[in-house]
Each structure stands twice: as structure tokens, then as C-alpha cells.
Design a binder for this molecule. Sequence first.
Ligand code: MD6
Ligand code: FE
Length: 217
Amino acid sequence: MTRSLFDETPTPYGAPEAIAPGAVLLRGFACPVADALAQSVKQVIAAAPLRHLVTPGGHTMSVAMCNCGALGWTSCRSGYRYSRTDPLSGQPWPAMPGCFLAIAVRAAAEAGFDNFRPDACLINRYEPGARMSLHQDRDEGDMTAPIVSVSLGLPAVFLFGSGQRSDRPARYRLAHGDVVVWGGPSRLAFHGVAPLADGDHAQLGRQRINLTFRCAG
Ligand code: MD6
Ligand code: FE
């Protein structure tokens, strides 16, 4: 059976798909817990609202962000950094919900990374048209740990390149419940997200939520 690019049926969880050395796509891996994850996202963003950060270059990001866990990633005119407190409130970031930590640890193990204990979870919200330009994730303290990325809501095209920005990236469709685990030789690969196509997701409406779990400290 062929699957249309527009088919919204969750992909049944199958074998891990290697997309590069150290990078694995687990299609549908988070589907069984997606409702619980979405519920917890609501609770986190009630305490630490999503906001559009300004990059050191002065651009306002089209993706809205917040964090949970001991450390949170932030950007401002002076640079990118991890912080123990939310700059908006001065308070610690909300605790990482148990269902977040559980799916991240299970996905990492499935991809061959045992003992993954993330201390940071960045929550990204994409509305139609929002995008993320090619970048490397290089602000984390522990580069031996992978990053685990969980997609919820509208599908997106994930761009995945090499360690050089100039290499043309491969494109992967990430749908509700898909998980990418990313480490080892791919840890510093350039990656991004193409502008989100409009749509209406049955559970999340007109948005895509991405959770990325990191060992930041
Ligand atoms: C996103 N993800 O999917 C943005 N970074 O919305 C990332 O920037 C990312 O998915 C590192 C590893 C996996 C990712
Ligand atoms: Fe990234």
C-alpha cells in the first residue's frame, strides 16, 4: 500500500530507520503517548508561555519557544545560552513532565543510546509559515549525548545535512508521533525545518509542536 504525503493516519511503529550514521527516525514511536504529551505541553506553556525569541543577529524567530526541565535554551541579542530560570518570569523553568522524560529515555534506548538522562526540553511551536533555518545544536555541555526530537501535530519537512552548511540537505517528512534520535557522528549535522504548510490536525489544530530533549548541563 502506498502512503500519500497527505495521509494523516498515524504511521504504525516499525523498524528504526537510519537516516545517517548516529541518526535514527522512529516513525510513530510516540503515537501511543501523544495525547498525554499534548496535555503536558498545555500545562508547561501555562506556566512558561511560548514566546518568539530574538536572535543575536536581531531577527525575531518565526517559531515560538519555551522550555521545561532544569535548564532551558534561550536566545537574546547577546547570544544563545542555557539558563536555569525563565528570563520572562525570573522563575525556574517548569519541571519536565514524567511522560516527556519517559518517551525520551525509551526512544534513545531504541536508537542504541542507553542511559540518556536529559536535563532540558525545548518546546517549539510552528504555526503555518513558520520555519527554522539550517543550524547546528552546539550549545549543550555534553556532546556525547544524543538529542531526542518528538513531533506532534501538523507534518513538517525536516532538512538534514552534514557537518558542512554548504551540503544540500536531505528532506524527511515528520508526522504526529514521529521521533528522531540524533547523536554520535551526526551530533553536529546541520538541520532545519521548511516553512510549515497550513492544515488542521485532528488533535492539535493548526500547529506543529516539536519537543527536543538534550543533556545541556
Ligand atoms: C524541529 N528540530 O524539528 C527543530 N535539533 O522543530 C531541531 O532543531 C532539532 O529535531 C536537533 C536534533 C533534532 C531536532
Ligand atoms: Fe536543532
